[in-house]
Design a protein around this ligand. Structure first.
Ligand code: SF4
Length: 297
């Protein structure tokens, strides 16, 4: 086991993951559902050739509206050794990936660091992207120093009541603020290469929830007032009801064009320059890849 008592994320289960699963639903054995080039991240991540994306099984959030339930609930996942994971990083590099993109990696932080070290010894030289919910401890962000180049992090909620209701973590706003601060301190401001591909820095994603424009405005206001143009902000409209929202009828619909336009106009009004916005087609299923173990064997 990588550590006897797992407190790697703010859930702080304090359990031995050799013996049992934590809130994230995973033991210490790394499980992966897919590793392939992915075109659907932000342009500075996907570029022209794609991001070398590794989808890990399990999740420390378990949002009620999750689009990737099949992996966040751990129904799909192949056990992978650190050595095989390092090989996969190299294979993605050889396929032309611009970077190696760890999706929902937090609960496997220690094991992934080991794989990154192994891949570096095999001459894997791509930037590492940490694609996270933002629900991270500052200690874990500190552990990633020297291994991660780009944080692609969510900032989901500004209100504790919302994060409690939809993601079972009332402390999310405060935790995410502290984690984001640690990320920006570590990487500095966004740097792009000559082709517009990110080399280092932080891209913050915010997904607009139906009926939550006002809270989203406060998220954008916070991000802009704290970080100005040092981070890129991705304002996402792709919320799609997942068929499991009977207990949450207020969000059991898509975001309207009016809601999204209102948020994007607000971002413009307060002077956010480095922003990505989505068009209406973003809510299509094409953003959800097949979790069919591509790239693992
Ligand atoms: S990584 Fe998993 S087991 Fe560890 S503290 Fe977080 S939820 Fe609990």
């Amino acid at each position: 086991m990588t550590e006897n008592k797992c407190n790697i994320c703010p859930r702080k289960c304090n359990i031995d993951r050799n013996a049992k699963k934590g809130y994230c639903g995973e033991t210490d054995a790394v499980r992966v559902a897919r590793a392939a080039l992915h075109q659907w991240e932000e342009p500075c991540i996907s570029g022209t050739r794609g991001s070398g994306t590794v989808f890990f099984s399990g999740c420390n959030m378990k949002c009620v509206y999750c689009q990737n339930r099949v992996i966040s609930e751990g129904k799909v996942g192949m056990q992978i050794s650190a050595n095989r994971l390092a090989e996969i990083f190299c294979e993605l590099m050889n396929q032309g990936a611009h970077n190696i993109n760890m999706v929902t990696p937090t609960h496997f932080t220690v094991q992934i660091i080991e794989a990154i070290k192994l891949s570096r010894s095999k001459d894997m030289n791509l930037p590492i992207v940490w694609n996270t919910s933002g629900y991270e401890t500052t200690e874990t962000i500190e552990m990633l120093k020297g291994y991660v180049d780009v944080y692609l992090t969510d900032f989901k909620y500004m209100d504790s009541a919302t994060s409690k209701k939809y993601s079972f973590c009332p402390d999310y706003p405060q935790v995410a603020k502290e984690a984001l601060s640690a990320m920006v301190r570590q990487t500095g401001k966004v740097e792009l290469d000559e082709n517009g591909i990110i080399k280092k820095g932080v891209v913050v994603r915010h997904l607009l929830l139906p009926g939550h424009v006002e809270e989203s405005m406060r998220v954008l206001e916070y991000l802009h007032s704290e970080y100005g143009d040092d981070v890129y902000i991705s304002i996402m409209s792709q919320f799609t009801p997942n068929g499991h929202l009977e207990k949450y009828p207020e969000i059991d619909r898509k975001v309207t064009k009016y809601e999204y336009d209102k948020l994007v106009n607000y971002a413009d009004d307060i002077g956010i320059v480095n922003a990505y916005v989505q068009d209406g087609s973003a809510a299509k299923e094409s953003f959800i890849p097949d979790f069919d173990y591509t790239g693992l064997l």
